[in-house]
Unconditional design. Structure first.
Length: 288
């Protein structure tokens, strides 16, 4: 059993690099996903993951499959969409979810068009679905840097973020930090989506961020429990997904996200904090 789980990582260098990259994502993305879930912004992260595509496409047109160019382009595009959506929300009658939906649809279509102008079908699939098994040393350094900045950033923003999750009106009443904290948090979201884009592609980058965070809600009642549980589930999803991809010869990114989805479904069934089985058991207990 141990050889089945860890044999590929001991034998092949590309599997070890893929595992290290996924572990870095698993440390930073799920805690961000927990705050997104608590702030009812889960679908916003999906929109933001598509918003980085045109910037990555511009980087691809300028420098090909260059990590720095595509990373800077994706980061700039994601931040631009977040700021424009916020501006539209504050200046018009359109709500934030609607403005984000409009911008992300335009971004997704524009990014695909830009890649198609110069790239091949393989290049487009690489950008949309990632290539976690092709992570090189610069990509690992990038993922490690994003994880480090995210963890320190969340530590610095923890108190106002928690307060905004519980009572945003109270935060605006006692402090002017609400706006800067919101935009700093959006910056962390974009950074992690850019990191996830390097491994899982723009279409799947949000999977490792949200699925473990949502699943953790069935096992823990507060942040002190949800954050470590979400990280643990992301790590398990990475190990399981990489192994399934290697053993069954299937695409790696979808295998990792589907593993996270399986953990979510299992948590929904047997999780101690509102899982279906426990709710059914309690209902029968009360009837008796």
């Amino acid at each position: 059993m141990i050889d089945l789980l860890f044999g590929p990582f001991l034998e092949f260098g590309f599997m070890r690099r893929a595992l290290v990259g996924c572990l870095a994502l698993s440390l930073s993305a799920p805690p961000v996903g927990v705050f997104l879930m608590l702030r009812r912004m889960s679908l916003m992260s999906d929109a933001m993951s598509h918003a980085i595509l045109p910037g990555a496409a511009v980087g691809f047109l300028v420098a090909g499959l260059s990590l720095p160019a595509m990373t800077l382009g994706g980061l700039a595009a994601g931040l631009a969409v977040a700021l424009m959506a916020g501006f539209v929300t504050r200046s018009t009658v359109i709500k934030e979810d609607a403005s984000l939906a409009a911008f992300y649809l335009m971004s997704l279509a524009g990014g695909v068009l830009l890649v198609s102008l110069r790239g091949s079908q393989i290049d487009l699939l690489h950008i949309l679905f990632g290539s976690v098994l092709a992570l090189d040393d610069p990509a690992l350094w990038l993922l490690g840097g994003i994880a480090t900045v995210t963890l320190f950033g969340l530590a610095a923003l923890y108190r106002p973020l928690v307060m905004e999750c519980v009572d945003p009106l109270f935060l605006r009443t006692v402090s002017r930090a609400g706006g800067p904290v919101h935009y700093a948090f959006l910056g962390l979201v974009v950074m992690n989506l850019v990191g996830g884009f390097q491994a899982l592609g723009t279409l799947l980058a949000v999977g490792l961020m949200l699925l473990p965070a949502i699943a953790a809600r069935f096992w823990a009642a507060d942040l002190s429990g949800m954050i470590p549980v979400s990280v643990l589930m992301a790590i398990l999803s990475s190990v399981i997904g990489l192994n399934v991809s290697y053993q069954a010869d299937v695409p790696t990114g979808p295998a990792i996200v589907l593993a996270a989805g399986a953990l979510y479904l299992g948590s929904m069934l047997v999780g101690r904090r509102g899982g279906l089985v426990w709710r059914l058991f309690r209902a029968r207990h009360l009837e008796a």
